[in-house]
Design a binder for this molecule. Structure first.
Ligand code: PLP
Length: 422
């Protein structure tokens, strides 16, 4: 048995190693989950998601700010059960397409708690949001204003609330593919163009410009970035609503220490008071920081090959977690009943790409075919970006809580792979 018997803080809240050295998540033995539900599978500690949702809400109250809304960025984990859980916890929902809008309504969100985003929405997508009267549509460009002007021409007495997305020219200090606040971005309206867009929106009878939005990027570890963003938009006018996007970073590896939710919210509240004045309605849109650490992926080791390195192949890979291949994202892993270990290996997927490596140079305890490997912190943007590369059916989502486990999204079948054929 490996020597490491304390669990990294990256695992879901409530996870533990039992007396036999086996990992439990949501009170469920992970090896037993693998036997019962098969692998690969996303396992989600339901209580972890609830705890993080409550931490955001409590943080606003602790900071003395009552007029707020925590809006789940559903792109991070757009499974109905996850969205329904956050609806129950009283959160709003950020949707970035007609598809996410459909899912959010199905999951039970009140349309008034929805925020519609997107840099390329056609008439049909905007109309779908107008039909149900979402809480806010976030305007991303002059073309959006043209479209909305046309689509809301008849709404005069009951205008659609909108926010204007600003790219404040602040760098998120994160991977370039998830940095969005810099001036040269496909998202939002730059500081120089903003006054013109604001004036236009204020002149349209079918729209009510309530305020401004920014989203500076994802996996941000520096609260100064958010302070800079708020300071940058302050000169654009005085509005009742500010939506400060998402982006709070999370720990993927043991040594990473992102800001605490409480410190992040306190910094936002303090800076908005200083820069924008008191009495503003504040919205935030956390995605990753609500769901990343609550989820793990479990795999079965299929083979161990030794050449220059040791290659441990599992039964999933880039079809269930694209992040290592998209942005070089770094993860940790363990064998579910022998945590820790001193064998340096590459944990690799089953796909026909040399780049299909989940984790390079990860330390495991002498992995062997049949072992159950668990990769923590896969709750965000794993399920969301899953695909059928190599004809691999997508993995199920299992909720675990208080020792009970249940399937909330079933595994795809081989027949699902051709279900859309005509
Ligand atoms: N809001 C907007 C507009 C986004 O585009 C995103 C992510 O891309 C988020 C919120 C969520 O970001 P994160 O998952 O980093 O919290």
């Amino acid at each position: 048995m490996a020597s490491v018997q304390t669990l990294s803080h990256v695992y879901p809240i409530g996870s533990r190693i039992d007396g036999d050295g086996r990992l439990q998540i949501g009170g469920c033995d992970v090896v037993e989950l693998a036997e019962r539900f098969g692998t690969p599978a996303y396992v989600v500690a339901e209580d972890d998601l609830r705890a993080r949702a409550r931490a955001f809400i409590d943080a606003f109250r602790a900071a003395g700010h009552e007029d707020f809304e925590v809006v789940f960025a559903s792109k991070a984990f757009p499974a109905t059960a996850v969205m329904a859980l956050f609806a129950q916890e009283g959160l709003g929902c950020d949707v970035a397409s007609a598809g996410e809008l459909h899912l959010a309504l199905r999951a039970g969100f009140d349309a008034a708690k929805l925020v519609l985003h997107g840099n390329a929405r056609d008439d049909a997508e905007l109309q779908a949001a107008l039909d149900v009267r979402v809480g806010h549509i976030v305007v991303d460009s002059g073309d959006d204003i043209d479209r909305l002007e046309r689509l809301t021409a008849g709404l005069g007495a009951n205008p659609q609330p909108v926010l204007l997305r600003i790219t404040p020219g602040v760098s998120g200090h994160t991977h370039e593919k998830i940095s969005t606040g810099q001036a040269d971005s496909k998202f939002g309206v730059g500081l120089a163009e903003a006054p013109g867009a604001i004036a236009r929106l204020q002149g349209l009878p079918g729209l009510e410009l309530r305020g401004l939005h920014f989203h500076l990027g994802s996996q941000l570890f520096t609260l100064e970035t958010f302070r800079d963003g708020i300071a940058a938009i302050a000169p654009l006018g005085d509005f009742p609503v500010y939506n400060l996007g998402g982006g709070l970073g999370v720990a993927y590896t043991d040594e990473q220490q992102p800001p605490a939710i409480e410190d992040y919210v306190a910094a936002l509240v303090e800076t908005t008071r200083e820069q924008l004045g008191a009495g503003k309605r504040l919205l935030i849109e956390p995605g990753r920081s609500l769901v990343a650490n609550g989820g793990v992926t479990i795999y079965r080791v299929v083979g161990v090959k030794r050449n220059v390195s040791t290659w441990v192949s599992v039964d999933g890979g880039m079809s269930d977690n694209l992040r290592p291949m998209l942005y070089g994202a770094r993860y940790e892993a363990d064998i579910a009943d022998r945590l820790g270990g001193s064998s340096r290996v590459h944990l690799t997927g089953k796909h026909c790409e040399s780049g299909d490596v989940l984790i390079r140079d990860v330390m495991l305890d002498d992995p062997r075919p049949g072992d159950v490997v668990v990769v923590p912190v896969t709750g965000a943007y794993g399920y969301a970006m899953a695909n059928n590369y190599n004809g691999v059916p997508r993995a199920p989502v299992i909720f675990a809580s208080d020792g009970e486990a249940r399937v909330v999204v079933r595994r795809e079948t081989l027949d699902d792979l051709h279900a859309r054929d005509v």
